[in-house]
Design a protein around this ligand. Sequence first.
Ligand code: THU
Length: 162
Amino acid sequence: MSKKERERKIKYEEFGSLQHLTTEDRKLLECAFDERDHAYAPYSGFRVGACLILENGQKVVGSNQENASFPAGLCAERVALFTAMGSNPGIGVKSIAVAAKNLNDNLESPVFPCGFCAQVLVDLEERQKSPIRIILGVDRGPVIILASSKSILPFAFSSRDL
Ligand code: THU
């Protein structure tokens, strides 16, 4: 029986601040920062804003919406993604920016989309047959850019497995 050690590398870009981004990326991230104000997060105090841009230049926003029955709430990313998919069928998502703020406002690095949101992103990438760029930011800390959602969920379950 043979055994192989395999390795997967994930490439991503890190910028010192949003001033180093392209104008489009910076504006998208600023939109995500602003969108945190619309979060409803009385239970966790963790506010997340998402702002995505479609291939036609239109922006769609989302923020985390919590519920007293905790699992009923939804992350900012999925609020934005499902809104975009529901109202703009057939138009691809080019990039999504995500910004978080915790209760003590002391995050030092960006947060990554959770597993559920990563799964939704990967599924949508397959559906639209083009990668979705992910731009992650935080008030005081670096900006991280991934060229595809497969970078955050490299072993994703997908429609091709069905
Ligand atoms: N949350 C998001 O909206 N996006 C993420 O990427 C991570 C977590 C939300 C869900 C919940 O309302 C709160 O943050 C704490 O988990």
